[in-house]
Ligand binder design. Structure first.
Ligand code: MN
Ligand code: MN
Length: 465
């Protein structure tokens, strides 16, 4: 009988923590401090891009407009309307042989203010919202909320808003019915328990001191907004104000092995790929990092991955490399390799019935790779070729990185998608590759620090290949 036949033949998925020594464990825990710190400064897409720009410049990256010509070793970025960004390091190999792209998204589910949000009812002032992305509405009531974003005046003046994060700031909240009077509400289906139209945030209750004024609480709020930001009610029409949980990113568990934070879908992949890119020096294939916007609502719009802005950036790169010619852009994409860096659903033991244990991503077992996503028979999935899956496996195995190849839930239970298909449609080899998350899309999402580090290692190894 052959010894260790099991070890040789079985694909055994070990717990990541059992595979590391104390030194590596410290490294992993330390890395997550930087991650949590970044999350607290970058809670929205605009804030993420601002922080990423700062980090890029500190590491020698320059705006593509600052370059007349590009050559191997140059570090370059392009910012698309403050909400998405592309970074690249020019490789030594000809770009005709393709790019190595890692693409994540920096937008997360949230509540957006409506264009005419402000009203007063029964002595209380509210902002009306329209939710953004797939949320379970009941999760967004009775938690502390903050407001982030911009208000732009017709003359172009832009006011940045960030209120509810500082300890000295007030916070906001959405109220819910007391259980004593919720008999009817409690009979409803969970998805109908809270109406989208009722996700109104409570913002004030003191009336303006003027006997003759109407809507005195609303007037008082507008007066405060006018003094603080110099705006009038109509200026809210040209604003992008996002209502998000005021929670800080924190270590989770007695062993501090996990991260609890808002917006880890997909800032965990965005952060780890960005930091991996900053660690690169000389690369063979030109390395490209995409931080996209609007993924949570279908990647539409000019800051979403469906737009031509990315093609524009790559074309500009080809121009400044002085190699551009007809059809080169198509050729570059066809020979490119991409990791679509987006989170996976981690198997939740409390809700294990929605997952196939053989094919689920587990918390703490390393980076999770999805050959395909989609729903109802892989619909909408780009489904990576076996040859490319093998190529990616080789990179991971060579670099001794823990990985798991998984799918999102049991057949026909649901499904999802990422930006993978968009680049695959351009001709690139693409596979989904990200961190497994618990409570995805909830105001507070959970990841394992082991997996966060393993994402960083994966992205670094991919670009160094
Ligand atoms: Mn995502
Ligand atoms: Mn998502």
């Amino acid at each position: 009988m052959e010894e260790n036949l099991e070890k040789k033949l079985f694909n055994k998925k070990e717990d990541g923590w059992e595979t590391v020594d104390e030194i590596k464990k410290e490294k992993i825990l330390d890395f997550s401090k930087g991650y949590m710190d970044f999350l607290n400064r970058a809670k929205t897409e605009r804030e993420f891009i601002a922080e990423a720009t700062k980090m890029a410049r500190e590491n020698g990256y320059k705006d593509i407009a600052e370059f007349e010509k590009l050559q191997a070793g140059d570090k370059v970025y392009f910012i698309n309307r403050e909400k998405s960004m592309y970074l690249a390091i020019i490789g030594t190999e000809s770009v005709e042989n393709g790019l190595h792209i890692i693409g994540s998204h920096v937008d997360s589910p949230r509540l957006d203010l409506k264009p005419n949000p402000l009203y007063e009812d029964t002595g209380l002032a509210y902002f009306k919202t329209h939710y953004y992305g797939g949320i379970k509405k009941y999760q967004w009531t009775t938690i502390p909320l903050s407001i982030h974003g911009v208000i732009v005046k017709p003359n172009g003046d832009k006011i940045t808003v960030n209120i509810g994060e500082d300890e000295n700031d007030p916070i906001f909240t959405i109220t819910d019915l007391l259980p004593h009077l919720a008999q009817e509400q409690m009979e409803k289906k969970l998805k109908n328990g809270i109406n989208g139209e009722d996700l109104n945030i409570l913002i004030g209750s003191i009336p303006y001191q003027d006997k003759d004024a109407k809507d005195k609480v609303k007037l008082n709020i507008l007066n405060i907004l006018n003094q603080k930001y110099g705006i009038v009610e109509a200026d809210l029409q040209s604003s992008e104000l996002e209502i998000i949980p005021a929670f800080k990113a924190r270590s989770l568990g007695f062993d501090s092995s996990m991260v609890a934070a808002y917006g880890q879908d997909d800032k965990v992949c965005a952060y780890t790929s960005l930091v991996a890119m900053m660690s690169l020096e000389n690369v063979k294939n030109t390395a490209v990092c995409i931080l996209s916007d609007k993924e949570e609502i279908g990647s539409m719009g000019n800051t979403g991955m469906e737009s031509h802005m990315f093609d524009f950036f790559i074309s500009e790169m080809l121009n400044k490399l002085e190699v551009n010619k007809p059809n080169l852009l198509d050729r570059v994409f066809c020979f490119s390799k991409m990791l679509s860096a987006d989170v996976d659903a981690g198997l939740d033991p409390i809700y294990a019935s929605v997952s196939d244990r053989l094919n689920a991503g587990f918390i703490g077992k390393g980076i999770s790779i999805n050959k395909y996503t989609g729903a109802r028979g892989k619909s909408g999935a780009s489904d990576a070729n076996a040859e490319y899956v093998a190529w990616v496996r080789n990179v991971l195995e060579k670099n001794e990185i823990k990985y798991q190849i998984a799918e999102l839930g049991k057949v026909d239970v649901g499904g999802g998608g990422t930006i993978a298909y968009i680049l695959a449609n351009k001709g690139a080899d693409v596979i989904d590759c990200g961190v497994p998350v618990l409570s995805m899309h909830a105001p507070y999402e959970v990841t394992s620090k082991f997996d966060v580090y393993s994402a960083f290692e994966t992205y670094k190894a991919f670009w160094r290949e």
